[in-house]
Design a protein around this ligand. Structure first.
Ligand code: GLU
Length: 443
């Protein structure tokens, strides 16, 4: 039975790197019909918090990464102590002012990593060093190896020890985690062996870097998964993007559903080279998901954003909303862009920026605007066809070029000089607001 785990420390929010690790574990479990364990590594009582635990659980659910088993290490201190004491009894570990410490044996450690192949370590490299960097030698002149703390003096267990005890007791078959943990692996293997457990298989995922070639920072995308949600990203799109950070479905394919990805996913095909996080690509992919989403679903996702902005209340007209959504959905990188671009439909009054006002309203078109407003106000069925016909008739009657009016009208109605077709815009805005904004534009 394949069993994997995602083991976040709740000392911070779930970030892109953690979410990618969680996803690859989950994918592997799904692709092998195995089990996925979520283990909260909250042994550092000072730095862990309930707020972070809640955020991690909520983000995992939002991404669709449901778990089969959930554990909290803070509830398992007795278990770790018991195993540490067993090692003391067997002479493999010792007490030192309350702490329990494993004697580091001198040995070679071979790891077979599913992504990186064979990695060899020698525990002789774990030497005790003085402040000046020199190694400490024993009476025979051999370097003294650094022993590993299992239980700290305050009674709390060390990360590596809990990790080993839990991975063994929870019967984890594969440890899939970030490359930054490679250096912990040999110490952990020594612990498995001391405890008489068989080590699991390992797969260390490549690092994720920012486009500037450095570590992922706030600026380059290292923000909480919950922030992506708040910023109008679609869970499926984010999951799809995370999949591409180290894995590829092949054929240059980028948009792939999770169910199809599960069919072709292989941990052995994960790249060794660092993955680069591109915000532009994520936004593009998110836009693709929005474009292809059912209108109903999109409306459902937009409603909380619109309510938060006070653009609608709970008894909104979903038919109207759907027509606005349809007008914009092909060109939205995120849900927030909808709020930005279509906001003019929902508010009573818009403000027109000084620069746009100067650009489009320097010629006085009050007469033309009012004339159009009057003619539109008597249209019974305010649809695309009629709006366009009235507009054309007005420009003909007044003998003006349609092009001279289109931009100023769009600015008067929406507060922006870019957007979808003018008549579609009028229709989604509705007759009353269209007429009112035209009349008031030159006030
Ligand atoms: N709690 C560790 C972390 O957050 C887990 C490391 C592991 O997967 O073994 O990085």
């Amino acid at each position: 039975m394949i069993k994997v785990r995602f083991a976040p420390s709740p000392t911070g929010y779930l970030h892109i790197g953690g979410a990618r690790t969680a996803l690859f574990n989950w994918m592997y479990a799904k692709s092998q019909k195995g089990k996925f364990v979520l283990r909260i590594e909250d042994t550092d009582i000072q730095r862990s918090s309930k707020e972070f635990v809640d955020e991690i659980l909520a983000s995992m659910k939002w991404l669709g990464l449901e778990w089969d088993e959930l554990y909290f290490q803070s509830e398992r201190f007795e278990i770790y102590k018991e195993y540490a004491q067993k090692l003391v009894k067997e002479g493999k570990a010792y007490d030192s002012s309350g702490a329990i410490i494993l004697k580091m044996p001198k040995q070679e450690v071979k790891i077979y990593d599913l992504i990186r192949g064979e990695i060899n370590f020698d525990t002789a490299n774990f030497m005790v060093r003085c402040e000046d960097g020199l190694t400490v030698l024993d009476e025979e002149g051999n370097p003294v190896l650094k022993d590993e703390v299992l239980i700290k003096a305050d009674g709390s267990p060390s990360y590596s020890f809990c990790c080993v005890v839990d991975d063994a007791l929870m019967e984890i078959s594969h440890v899939i985690r970030g490359e930054d943990h490679i250096s912990n692996t040999p110490k952990q293997i020594v612990m498995y062996e001391a405890l008489g457990f068989t080590p699991p298989k390992f797969a260390h995922l490549p690092l994720i870097m920012g486009e500037d070639g450095g570590r992922l920072s706030k600026r380059t995308g290292a923000v909480a998964v919950s922030d992506y949600k708040a910023n109008g990203f679609i869970a499926e799109a984010l999951v799809n993007y995370l999949l591409l950070l180290g894995w590829s479905p092949g054929n240059n394919q980028e948009k792939i559903s999770i169910s199809n990805a599960i069919k072709t996913f292989s941990i052995k095909k994960v790249n060794k080279a660092a993955a680069v996080f591109s915000m532009d690509k994520l936004r593009w992919l998110n836009g693709q998901y929005i474009k292809q989403m059912e209108d109903e679903k999109l409306v459902e996702l937009l409603v909380p954003f619109l309510i938060e902005k006070n653009f609608i209340n709970r008894d909104f007209n979903s038919q109207n909303l759907k027509s606005v959504v349809r007008l914009y959905k092909a060109r939205l990188p995120t849900l927030l862009d909808f709020i930005d671009r279509a906001g003019f439909v929902f508010v009573d009054d818009i403000t027109i920026e000084e620069s746009l006002y100067k650009k489009y309203f320097s010629d006085d078109r009050k007469k033309e605007f009012c004339f159009l407003a009057e003619r539109l106000s008597v249209v019974e069925v305010f649809d695309l066809n009629n709006a366009e016909q009235v507009f054309r008739a007005v420009t003909e009657d007044l003998g003006i070029n349609t092009a001279d009016l289109v931009h100023p009208i769009r600015v008067a109605l929406t507060g922006s000089d870019i957007g979808p077709g003018l008549f579609e815009t009028m229709v989604v805005l509705g007759k009353a607001k269209t007429v009112k904004r035209l009349k008031e534009a030159f006030k």
